[in-house]
Write a protein that binds this ligand. Structure first.
Ligand SMILES: [Zn+2]
Ligand SMILES: [Zn+2]
Length: 258
């Protein structure tokens, strides 16, 4: 069995999929997916996201503000309040994205630091999004003791050097369907190196569907394709890769297997 460690179940394109949430989850369960982590991107939308997934025992939630979704200064008290819910197993996604937005560097950094502090306060791990911001991401993680709460660099596409620094801080690395792309040779080399006991897999759906579904809207069932691809890349059986990434997921997010 496998898990989708990062999906946005409240943002799926229902019209394109022609499925509702029940059907999307069932389809994934038939593809061996036994748990889903539904990731929050704004505090405003968090309550409605939580309401949609609350009654599924195999869906957990995170709470946080995406680095590219910041309209206001982070409301730390509100984040602490919302993230204290028992269904919330992680803080984020937070982080730094200078690829899409250079102008908001300062705001992103302040918000990222706020998330790290909340994660340490609540003892819940961080889900970190990082793109074209290697140095600042690692420096802020170090300066604000992100190693205390731990967490994951999700949808990782940076280089081995950065992966090593994150691993040194006790973090996990999560790989999405991007690794299956033809032009992802550099990332594939990084994944070959990553230690199996720190590896997670995800879809980040509805974005970036893996091969052979490229161009379609992504969904959690496709995490199976990511798992097969990475198993092959690392010379492992599907079962070995599945067991390791699933165990890692439960360990990191302290989820009791149902
Ligand atoms: Zn992200
Ligand atoms: Zn995401």
């Amino acid at each position: 069995m496998i898990v989708d460690s990062h999906c946005h179940l409240d943002r799926l394109d229902w019209d394109k999929l022609g499925l509702d949430l029940d059907e999307v989850l069932n389809k994934a369960r038939k593809k061996q997916v036994e748990h889903f982590l539904c990731v929050s991107v704004t505090l405003d939308q968090f309550p409605s996201m939580l309401e949609k997934i609350a009654h599924y025992a195999d869906v957990s939630a995170s709470c946080g503000v995406h680095p590219l979704d910041q309209k206001f200064e982070l409301d730390k008290a509100k984040l602490i309040d919302l993230a204290s819910h028992q269904k919330v197993v992680a803080i984020g996604e937070t982080g730094l994205d200078y690829y899409y937005s250079q102008e908001t560097k300062q705001v992103q950094q302040a918000s990222f630091v706020g998330h790290i502090e909340v994660a340490n306060t609540l003892h819940k791990p961080l889900i970190i999004h990082t793109r074209d911001a290697k140095e600042d991401t690692i420096n802020l993680m170090r300066a604000h003791k992100a190693s205390q709460c731990g967490g994951v660099l999700h949808c990782f596409t940076e280089d081995l050097e950065m992966a090593k620094k994150a691993l040194d801080l006790g973090f996990y690395i999560s790989i999405s369907g991007i690794v299956t792309f033809k032009n992802a040779k550099a990332l594939q080399d990084v994944v070959k190196y990553l230690p199996l006991d720190r590896l997670l897999i995800e879809t980040d759906s509805p974005y970036l569907a893996p091969v052979p579904h490229r161009g379609k809207t992504n969904q959690p069932a496709y995490v199976e394709d990511v798992a097969y691809f990475i198993a092959d890349l690392k010379g492992l059986s599907f079962e070995q890769l599945a067991k390791a990434t699933t165990d890692n997921f439960y360990n990191l997010f302290k989820i009791v297997k149902s």
